[in-house]
Each structure stands twice: as C-alpha cells, then as structure tokens.
Ligand binder design. Sequence first.
Ligand code: GRF
Length: 197
Amino acid sequence: MTKRVAILISGGGSNMEALLDSMEGDHPARPVLVLSNVPGAGGLAKAEAREVETAVVDHRKFHGDRTAFEQALHERLEQAEPDIVCLAGFMRILEDWFVARWDGKMLNIHPSLLPKYPGLDTHARALEAGDAEAGCTVHEVTAELDAGPILGQARVPVKPGDTPETLAARVLRQEHVLYPKVLRRFAEGEKTPIFLE
Ligand code: GRF
C-alpha cells in the first residue's frame, strides 16, 4: 500500500525538493501535501511546480497563541491523511500534544551529528568546538527537541578555513542524499539506522 507523505516547510525547501524528486517509480511512498507556516515560502512554488498540493497555516495569524496555531496546523494535516510527516526546514518547535498525535509517523532532519548540537547554530558550534567532522541526522520526532530515535546520519569533514556557511553547504548536500534514503526505508517499515560517510 503506497504510503502518503506530508512535508512541512518554513523556507526554501531544498530537502523537500529532494524528497519529492525521490518519490517516483517503485518508491513505496507518494507526496500528498506540502504545508508551510510561512506564506510565500520558497518551497511552496517548488512543490506547485511538481503539481503537489500545498497549503499555508500562517502562525502569525494566531498572535502568539501556539496551541491555536498548532491545532489549525494539525487539522490541515489530518485532511491530507498522511501516513508519514516529514519536517524539512520546518522552523517551529511543536508542542508535546502535537508530537504525541503524530507519534511514530513524524521525521525531522537536523544539521548536526546528534546527540551533538541539538537546537540552532549547529555549524558555528561545531567550528567553535574544533570538530574534525560534522553532518546531519534524520530522526523520529519525539517531545524532546532533536532527540528522537536516530534513523540515519551522514558525516562530512570540516575543512581548514570553513565558515558556518561553507560547512552548512557541504552538510546540506548530504542532507539531500540522506533524507530520501531514510524516507524510503521508513516507508518500507525499516527503522534500523543507516550511516553515510
Ligand atoms: C537545513 O539545514 C535543514 O537541516 C534544517 O533547515 C535547513 C534548510 O533546509 N532543518 P531546506 O533547504 O529548507 O530544506
């Protein structure tokens, strides 16, 4: 049975693009919705160009009422009846009740080798620490931020002279390889983590 995938974005959606482009042929999943909290997010046009349904639930319309925003987001998501929800550059921290309602179905990609550097500014923190390598992690989303079961990681070298921007670009290229691989496995019911060099 083909799995239905919804993707949540807040920005350019390069990871979303990689996921959309991977779901074809004998892939066990197909996209059913790209949902953004930001009107006009760059990823929305990319999804529409691929004839994937899009929607916006603008968090600013809820004037700081996080729960009301997330209830609206949840309702729109439920309309798509997804089997899998992929957070891809989605920059909101979801409340526990929301995460619980999608428990076991929601993935996220984080630009660090978790459990190192949960939260923001991961590349600057890796450089500051003098790490020899960096990377990205795809994990199941749980109530604890950036801490759910790891489904995959990809490593990249830190190079002399790297800035947060040059490191981010190197990691992002690996994100676009890792996330589609993990999504395909997850759609097949395979949860043992994969590690890419
Ligand atoms: C990526 O670094 C991803 O790891 C983080 O958001 C960034 C932007 O992703 N979650 P995208 O280009 O919007 O997919």
